[in-house]
Design a protein. Structure first.
Lengths: 420, 138
């Protein structure tokens, strides 16, 4: 720890984050829902935004709004610099070797669709196989199903055990020279499982398959080093790690991105256009047709700066503390079963309660100002795997507290009493 | 004032007795549990109003000029809310069902459930009830 951190109001004398101070940075938390203080436990769906991010959006429109990469005037230059600063910031954040390997998209979903429509169509053919895990979000299943139907390939599922961990032996058994692509999330949005992506990648590479890692749920919790992990493609969504909605990114290895055809046609992605045809712009612009979401991209840098300022290490320590505390309290509730008990987990807890429907839990906890997520979490096949129709899910972020978990557990016990 | 409106007003005055949200929801849960079971032959795929979170089955019969509704759900609060709709609209004439809006929902403070969880909010159920009533008129 450096000396600045020691005297920072954000860190106590034990080196732990001062959550009361952090909460002041998130204006939305300071409100009442149904006349109760808001308890926001739906962070895996979307995190709240610190004031620096909100201010950054406002500041962009007040001081530098102009279209990027085109104008010669001062505002255009200012906007372009700010936009490209975020790219560099994101490059460092996931340790990519160059900023041109960061392609801005609307989010992780669009990034996956981009890979499927370009790399996929170009490299996957009739009879080939795409592997996805049993715990994928619909956004990391459906694009591959669409691609498979288009080219005549097959999507196969890497099974998981009852704890919600990938069965690596089964994965190895599925790997052969027909497998051209493996798509797996880094962290499961429903189970919280951290997948061993280094091993997954290493094994895939042995049969010549490329690996797509869906990092939507991991970026806010884990350190990402795409080079050390030798990842081919990595996708992320800004709103899952304290940044604005509507912006995300695709990271790809340079030689893969270079060989891929463009995704969308339009301005920015071209070098030259004639009535007869066009030539393609260089990376990353070749994949960024049209005027992008400049304001939110600029503000994303503030989110990254904020995380770096707090440090992921300290964020993780706090979140793991919340996870362990909530897990022990929830496990003690009669008839409650946690879905997703992997050894390696982030601060996401899904659970079902005997004789109680998750929707009823969601409605009653909302009356107490508690935002839980209930339902299938866009992982319907995974729900089928566990033989359930949905779960209640609490997911914690850096601004959540032990006291909030107590409030949730009390409300939960009360709800169960009402519903049984 | 038609019979549907009279029943709605009764429901509204019943709910006026509750001061706290948990009393209100406690009552909805209770009537959900007491809802007349749906005859087995109606609990079929075609009668499902599928939502993002829970499943609702809705069916109706038409006898002597009156529509009788049956419903079932795997979630108890939704079942209680549907049971209120059945109390209001069941055993009524199609023309009244079609022409009367369920204004009681807002009056009893359950407005948020109209659009809840995408397609199986109360609005979808009211719509389905009216569609079935309309079919009996033709």
């Amino acid at each position: 720890m450096n000396s600045t951190a020691e005297i920072s109001p954000y860190v106590d004398h034990n080196g732990n984050l001062v959550v009361e101070r952090i909460r002041k940075d998130f204006p939305i938390l300071n409100q009442r829902i149904n006349d109760k203080p808001l308890v926001y436990f739906d962070n895996a769906a979307s995190t709240q935004k610190p004031k620096v991010v909100i201010d950054s959006i406002s500041n962009y429109y007040q001081t530098m709004n102009a279209n990027i990469h085109r104008g010669i005037h001062t505002l255009a230059e200012r906007a372009t610099v700010a936009y490209e600063d975020t790219r560099i910031s994101l490059q460092k954040f996931i340790n990519a070797s160059s900023s041109e390997q960061i392609i801005f998209t609307r989010g992780a979903t669009e990034a996956i669709n981009l890979i499927a429509s370009t790399y996929g169509v170009q490299n996957i053919a009739q009879g080939d196989c795409i592997l996805v895990s049993a715990m994928e979000h619909h956004s990391n299943i459906v694009p591959w199903q669409i691609l498979a139907a288009r080219v005549g390939a097959q999507v196969k599922i890497i099974p998981i055990n009852d704890s919600g961990e990938l069965i690596l032996e089964a994965y190895q058994a599925l790997l052969n020279e027909k497998v051209k692509l493996v798509a797996v999330n880094h962290v499961s949005n429903t189970l919280g499982t951290i997948n061993p992506i280094e091993t997954i990648t290493e094994l895939a590479h042995k049969v010549g398959a490329v690996v797509v890692i869906d990092g939507a749920q991991s970026v806010s919790h884990l350190d990402i080093d795409v080079q050390a992990l030798d990842i081919d493609f990595f996708v992320l969504s800004s709103h899952k790690f304290y940044g604005p909605t509507g912006i995300g990114a695709l990271y790809g290895k340079k030689h893969l991105l270079e060989q891929m055809p463009p995704y969308h046609g339009g301005g920015e992605m071209i070098k030259e256009v004639t009535y007869e045809g066009f030539s393609i712009n260089e990376l990353p612009y070749k994949f960024e047709a049209g005027t992008p979401n400049i304001a939110d991209t600029v503000a994303l840098k503030s989110a990254i700066d904020y995380i770096n300022f707090l440090s992921k290490d300290k964020i993780r320590t706090h979140e793991n503390h919340l996870l362990n505390y909530a897990t022990s309290l929830l496990t003690a509730i009669d008839g409650l079963k946690i879905i997703g008990t992997a050894k390696e987990k982030v601060s996401v807890i899904s659970f079902v309660i005997e004789g109680v429907h998750h929707q009823d839990i969601g409605i009653l906890l909302d009356q107490k100002g508690i935002a839980l997520r209930t339902g299938h979490h866009c992982t319907q096949p995974l729900m089928g795997r566990f033989g359930i129709s949905g779960t209640s899910r609490a997911s914690f972020a850096v601004y959540n507290t032990i006291e909030e978990i107590d409030i949730m557990v009390d409300a939960l016990k009360n709800a169960i009493k009402m519903l049984r | 004032m038609n019979a549907i409106e009279t029943i709605q007003d009764q429901v509204i005055s019943e709910f006026e007795l509750f001061d706290e949200w948990d009393e209100k929801y406690g009552y909805i849960i209770e009537i959900g549990k007491k809802l007349t079971p749906m005859p087995d032959q109606y609990k079929v795929q075609e009668n499902i109003i599928r939502g993002c979170q829970s499943t609702v089955w809705l069916a109706s019969e038409y006898k002597n000029g009156l529509v009788t509704y049956y419903a079932e759900s795997d979630a108890i609060i939704v079942k209680g809310l549907v049971s209120l709709l059945i109390k209001v609209y069941s055993n009524q004439e199609p023309k009244d069902i079609i022409s009367t809006e369920p204004y009681f929902i807002e009056s009893i403070g359950m407005k948020q459930h109209l659009s809840m969880t995408r397609s199986n909010g109360l609005s979808a159920m009211v719509k389905q009830m009216k569609i079935e009533a309309l079919a009996y008129m033709n």
